[in-house]
Design a protein around this ligand. Structure first.
Ligand code: ADP
Ligand code: ADP
Length: 240
């Protein structure tokens, strides 16, 4: 079984002068911890966004958790997105809402409605959200505004939010690019711990070689939209 099977993926954005991705093939096994390593503009975000159907391929195919992503619509696409959590460089929290409300928004596509007030969420979901906040070490911040937290804390809230739908895959797009070194290590370590606890498959984009080598099990290097390297970190570090 594979968690993600990408075959000869090409992507050209409407109006762009050249392709963002060319001939990308990649197979990710369940439970694997993969780093996408590349400079800004190399296609990391574009590749991640294909895995949960935020982008559709121009050529080739992306099969996530057994579903050909391009063929999914409506409810089936929402279900897939629920099984594929996503965290972003800029955290993307709703600043004026409380930390707890932000985590709860992670459950919204299963609730099926627009954003609702805290009181609208069933008690079971609130308890689940508080449990995730406890896991990321931020239970005592639950009723604080999200925008009063540090960057590292906000990213931990985003991780808690991503867990609300019990994902099988976690995608992380430059999750520590905005953080100081200490918060970066905390967040990266937390992602690995939670992945191990839950058997999550993780695909995480990074641009720092040293961090990629110390953190990932496997490195997929992208340059100008093409895969130029695909090796386990074990083999890579042995070669050096
Ligand atoms: P990153 O390099 O971290 O992926 P960018 O600053 O390149 O972030 O992109 C930020 C946002 O702008 C993304 O949503 C991306 O899809 C979009 N974007 C990037 N390049 C272009 C472009 N040439 N035209 C339109 N949108 C773009
Ligand atoms: P990375 O995440 O490695 O920084 P991206 O996937 O964001 O790379 O971008 C790859 C290429 O695609 C870049 O040239 C970028 O400008 C372009 N691009 C990204 N998003 C868009 C978009 N929405 N529209 C047009 N071009 C885009």
């Amino acid at each position: 079984a594979t968690a993600v099977q990408i075959t000869d993926l090409g992507k050209t954005y409407p109006g762009a002068t050249g392709p963002a991705l060319t001939g990308v093939s990649l197979s990710v096994a369940p439970g694997e911890i993969v780093v996408l390593l590349g400079l800004s503009g190399s296609g990391k975000s574009t590749l991640l966004r294909h895995i949960n159907g935020l982008e559709t391929p121009s050529t080739g195919s992306v099969v996530s958790l057994g579903h050909d992503v391009a063929s999914l619509k409506g409810r089936a696409l929402r279900e897939l997105r629920g099984r594929v959590g996503f965290i972003f460089q800029q955290f993307e929290l709703v600043g004026p809402l409380t930390v707890l409300e932000n985590v709860l928004t992670g459950a919204l596509s299963t609730l099926g409605g627009p954003r609702v007030g805290l009181f609208m969420y069933p008690k079971s979901l609130r308890e689940k959200a508080l449990g995730h906040l406890d896991r990321v070490g931020l239970l005592e911040r639950a009723y604080q505004r999200a925008d009063t937290l540090s960057g590292g804390q906000q990213q931990r809230v985003a991780i808690a939010r991503a867990l609300m739908q019990d994902p099988d895959i976690l995608l992380a797009d430059e999750p520590v690019a905005s953080l100081d070194p200490e918060s970066s290590s905390q967040v990266m370590a937390l992602i690995r711990e939670i992945a191990a606890e839950r058997g999550l498959t993780v695909v995480c984009s990074l641009h720092q070689v040293d961090l990629a080598l110390s953190w990932g099990d496997r490195i997929v290097g992208l340059r100008a939209g093409e895969v130029v390297l695909d090796m386990t970190t074990e083999n890579l570090t042995r070669e050096q």
